[in-house]
Design a protein around this ligand. Structure first.
Ligand code: C2E
Ligand code: CA
Ligand code: CA
Ligand code: CA
Length: 281
């Protein structure tokens, strides 16, 4: 048995073996974490030049009892590979809608929207549309206030294109909006963009980061903005950390922003206190 075991191990290099064990351990811890409610949502403000605060993106956080805060960049890929993104994604949508319901009870926050990140596997579930609609109904929130962020990886497979269009159309008909996240980093062809019932392109932070110093990134940002205008989509830039980036983007015609310059992701209570009900002075 030992020899056979050895032979099997030869297919893996040690670093790969270590990585697989780390993944398995993380997946196990996640399963427990979902049961024990160790996940929470942070909210990051989205601003518009004319309307001011327009809403927030919900970003999941994992508060592990021993590991501390685990970054989604670390656990989302594991969740996607193990299917754990399905129960987690369901919880995320539910928690975001619950928060939206609280916002809708107060006039000063009733018009704010929440953007929720949706993984491909989650979107591909046959019951996805029904789950989203049931979630809105359960919390009695208006669909116009919910935005779903999808990525170009959803558009990779031609065979599933019609399914994607059908689901998006069904959700858009009740008023839910769609943003294409990380735009420009994937492989989506422009012909797909025309076919999809999208509302918004989200300029990836990798282009915004160096747009003041790298002419290439500046040109890409400008091109995405004019593409959005051509397709009659709104556009929002993520990763805006400096006033100069915001000003440059505004010159190009982008007037909605998200990034550290406007605010870091924060727990819902802090978000409400800092941005929706700022202390009167
Ligand atoms: P993303 O959807 O592109 O989210 C934006 C990421 O950029 C967030 O990282 C956010 O904290 C960070 N960020 C925002 N403003 C700035 C800025 O000005 N500068 C810099 N350097 N970074 C900024 P986060 O929260 O660590 O999330 C990382 C990724 O994990 C997300 O990228 C998304 O792909 C995934 N993710 C996060 N929450 C969820 C979720 O609820 N569901 C799913 N499926 N994926 C999620
Ligand atoms: Ca996002
Ligand atoms: Ca993004
Ligand atoms: Ca990104």
């Amino acid at each position: 048995a030992k020899a056979a075991g050895r032979r099997t191990w030869r297919f893996f290099d040690p670093s790969m073996q270590a990585r697989m064990q780390a993944h398995a351990a993380l997946a196990h811890a996640m399963r427990l974490g979902i049961e024990q409610q160790q996940f929470l949502l942070y909210y990051q403000a989205q601003y518009d030049d004319q309307q001011g605060l327009i809403g927030a993106e919900a970003l999941v956080r994992w508060q592990h009892p021993e590991r501390g805060m685990v970054s989604p960049a670390e656990f989302i890929p594991v969740a996607e590979n193990t299917g754990l993104i399905l129960p987690l994604g369901r919880w995320i949508l539910d928690a975001a809608c619950a928060e939206l319901a609280r916002w809708q009870q107060h006039p000063e926050s009733a018009s704010l929207s929440v953007a929720v990140n949706i993984s491909v596997l989650q979107f591909r579930q046959p019951e996805f549309v029904d789950e989203v609609l049931a979630c809105l109904a359960r919390h009695q929130v208006s669909p116009q206030q919910l935005k779903l962020e999808i990525t170009e990886s959803l558009l990779l497979n031609d065979d599933e294109m019609q399914d994607t269009i059908n689901k998006m159309t069904e959700l858009q008909q009740v008023g839910i909006r769609f943003a294409l996240d990380d735009f420009g980093t994937g492989y989506s062809s422009l012909s797909y963009l025309k076919k999809l019932p999208l509302d918004q392109l989200k300029i990836d932070q990798s282009f915004v980061r160096d747009m003041l110093t790298d002419p290439h990134d500046r040109d890409i940002s400008r091109t995405i903005i004019s593409l959005a205008q051509t397709l009659e989509l709104s556009v929002i830039a993520e990763g805006v950390e400096q006033l100069e980036q915001k000003e440059q983007l505004a010159l190009f015609g982008c007037h909605a922003y998200q990034g550290y310059y406007f605010g870091r992701p924060m727990p819902a209570t802090d978000f409400v206190q800092a941005l929706i009900q700022p202390p009167t002075r």
